[in-house]
Ligand binder design. Structure first.
Ligand SMILES: C[S@@+](CC[C@H](N)C(=O)[O-])C[C@H]1O[C@@H](n2cnc3c(N)ncnc32)[C@H](O)[C@@H]1O
Length: 383
């Protein structure tokens, strides 16, 4: 039941070859999977934003232009939402290069049963089902509409993994145990229920993000009484796990007690020093978001900003004067001081990159560690 109405097969082969040439894909089994999945069926339309006007344009992925896009390793925006008269991207299809890198990292063999958290378009579930057969693939999404859509579209080309519309935080106990769990949404801490649904030598690959941009993929092995493993060398980011009934808490009004000083810490560690931004979360309150201040006339960015739900904020000038950035801050929480301390600590520790950091998850709590699970330096992940 492979669709024959559009000329997609050569393009899917082309995508597989591109991923191989770029060094994202090595195993023949995954090359065959990428070449066999009609991605345009799972992602029937995408949106592209005009760089000049900011307007979004819908593209049918069965059109020649759409086929070129959907069989390329590009991010595809798949849903927009209207907010205050502006359209924002709210959903996207995970880039195939990231997907295959994660699948290869999981070291999946022919007998494995795999649970995916975050069905989305169903593309990753299709790659898994192509590789392992429908009976060994399970995928859940909290959004029932997405699950229904993915099920229907997967069936169009005869692909029928087990899909369920449930909150993936609880895994899918009815079909456990799994040899591998792969999450394609980020989590603020790793649910212990996943560990309970793994085989004795099972593994989990998940994006741990303590705040926006603050974390990375971590690859965990099941060990007696715990999950343990290191963060991956390459950085990646997935949309955050959400739960039915999630509340948007109102922020307190912006504090007005401004104070000025200077700093030698990089102004945007969330882009330039991701490990520092991650470590800063162990001192920052929950819900701190970063942004940018624009010059009202030129619309050019002039300062990086942080704001906290308690009304505290800070602006750090992007340009340096005499080797330092100007800081303006206000509120009860010293937001930038937390970033400065994390930066100092990171430098004192020898500027570790992701693979020097690891995570241990137990039923009672979880902690990030430096170099060794029982080493001298660790940070407790907030519950
Ligand atoms: C980046 S998308 C996944 C892309 C997907 N793997 C694919 O191949 O198209 C992230 C998905 O995670 C889902 N998600 C968010 N919170 C969830 C939760 N609590 N349980 C399960 N899925 C969740 C979202 O609805 C979204 O579809």
């Amino acid at each position: 039941m492979i669709p024959t109405d559009v000329d997609w097969a050569a393009r899917a082969e082309g995508l597989a070859d591109t991923l191989k040439e770029r060094g994202d894909l090595h195993a023949e089994a995954w090359r065959v999977a990428v070449a066999s999945v009609p991605r345009h069926v799972l992602v029937p339309k995408t949106y592209q934003q005009d760089g000049q006007t900011g307007e979004w344009r819908e593209i049918d992925t069965a059109s020649p232009e759409g086929l070129d896009l959907v069989y390329s390793p590009e991010t595809l925006v798949t849903a927009l939402e209207d907010r205050n008269g502006h359209q924002y991207a709210v959903s996207s299809s995970t880039k195939p290069d990231l997907m295959v890198r994660m699948l290869e990292l999981l070291d999946i063999n022919d007998t494995h049963r795999v649970l995916e958290i975050g069905t989305g378009t169903g593309y990753n579930a299709a790659l898994l089902a192509q590789r392992l057969g429908d009976g060994q693939v399970f995928s859940v999404d909290v959004d029932a509409g997405l699950v229904d859509g993915a099920r229907e579209r997967l069936a169009e080309f005869g692909c029928r993994p087990t899909l369920a519309a449930v909150d993936g935080e609880h895994g899918l106990p009815d079909h456990a145990p799994y040899d591998r769990i792969i999450a394609t949404c980020s989590v603020p801490s790793v649910p212990w229920q996943w560990a309970e649904q793994l085989t004795d030598d099972g593994r989990v690959l998940v994006d741990l993000k303590l705040a926006v941009g603050a974390g990375n993929l971590v690859y965990l092995n099941r060990k007696p009484g715990r999950l343990e493993g290191r963060f991956t060398e390459r950085w990646a980011a997935f949309m955050a796990m959400r739960h039915e009934g999630d509340l948007v808490t109102a922020n307190r009004p912006r504090s007005t007690d401004r104070a000025e000083r200077t700093t030698n810490t990089p102004a945007q560690p969330w882009w330039s020093h991701r490990v520092v931004w991650f470590l800063a979360q162990f001192a920052l309150p929950r819900g701190v978001s970063y942004g940018m201040r624009l010059d009202p006339d030129t619309r050019k960015p002039t300062a990086a900003t942080l704001s906290s739900p308690d009304g505290s904020w800070v602006e750090v000038a992007l340009d340096e004067v005499d080797g330092a950035h100007q800081v303006v801050e206000a509120g009860v929480t010293a937001l930038w001081a937390a970033v400065e301390q994390a930066y100092e600590q990171w430098r004192d520790l020898g500027e570790p990159d992701w693979p020097r950091l690891g995570l241990t998850v137990t039923p009672d709590g979880q902690h990030v560690w430096l170099d060794e699970p029982d080493g001298e330096v660790s940070w407790t992940v907030p519950r």
